[in-house]
Design a protein around this ligand. Structure first.
Ligand code: 13P
Length: 277
């Protein structure tokens, strides 16, 4: 069942859980994520990241019809989300293609420009009823990895002003996670996260979900995180399952990778939804 981010986050608020949001830059990962969500009977978010187009992995035009078809055919609520859209033109094209949610990422811009561009993104999204996520503060380079830098974490007062002026549906908060692999265990600023949630009142999004401990997942959810973005470890699980093996047929490579990614996603969704608390 295809739904918007706003609809799926309502479920998260009611149950006090976080919905897993997985980047799916190929057919195999879409199948793995949908199978995991259906097996656990939990809502899920499929994401296309603009950076994966920049890296030549997939194009938005190729993946959106696939993601939408799987969402429509799924027996659980599925949101189809554009992740880290940094240009308004890309956001507009994504909305026209049928994403039910977009993230406009103006986090590298001055606050006033981030606010005015987010308002423009919200007006585009209004044409189809799509939801909008935005970001204040920064986690550093997109999908790059490395350590968190407290000087660029989300400022709760700025976040409050941002949400008041834009009316955004969800806010990505920088409080110690980074995209990609961690060089050492992340140290999360839970106090900052709680303040952002308290002052904005909107569902908070945690990016850089791979490599965070189960205890920390549970704690951020208690502090108001309702969407957890996750990709690197799922992708790593798929790669590990096929590395060093000899295959006669390429479809067997894909099937092994899919099984491993599905198992990794099942483990992630189980923690995010409190199934193994
Ligand atoms: P990871 O790849 O670190 O899990 O983060 C994914 C993400 O935040 C996508 O926006």
């Amino acid at each position: 069942m295809l739904v918007t981010l706003k609809e799926i986050l309502k479920i998260a608020e009611e149950k006090k859980i976080a919905i897993g949001a997985f980047n799916t830059p190929n057919f195999t990962s879409v199948r793995a994520v949908i199978a995991a969500a259906e097996e656990l009977r939990q809502p899920v978010i499929l994401m296309h990241a603009q950076v994966h187009e920049d890296m030549g992995i997939c194009k938005m035009e190729e993946m959106t019809p696939v993601m939408r078809a799987f969402a429509q055919g799924a027996g659980v609520p599925v949101c189809v989300h554009l992740d880290h859209g940094t240009s308004l033109d890309y956001i507009r094209r994504g909305i026209d293609l049928g994403f039910t949610s977009v993230m406009y990422d103006g986090s590298a811009l001055p606050l006033a420009e981030n606010i005015s561009n987010t308002i423009t993104a919200i007006s585009y999204a209004g044409k189809t009823g799509a939801s909008v996520e935005a970001e204040v503060g920064s986690m550093g380079t997109a999908e790059g990895g490395g350590e968190g830098d407290p000087s660029i974490y989300t400022d709760p007062a700025m976040a409050e002003e941002f949400v008041k002026r834009t009316g955004v549906d969800a806010l990505a908060c920088a409080f110690g996670t980074v995209h990609g692999f961690y060089k050492s265990a992340p140290k999360l600023d839970f106090q900052r996260l709680s303040m952002v949630r308290e002052r904005t009142g909107v569902p908070v999004v945690m990016h850089g979900g791979s490599g965070v401990s189960h205890d920390d997942y549970r704690r951020v959810i208690q502090c108001g995180v309702r969407k957890i973005n996750y990709y690197t470890y799922m992708s790593k699980a798929g790669a590990a399952a096929v590395s060093g093996k000899e295959y006669a047929q390429f479809h067997d490579v894909l099937l092994d990778a899919e099984r491993a990614m599905r198992a990794d996603v099942i483990a992630a969704i189980s923690v995010f939804s409190g199934l193994n608390a």
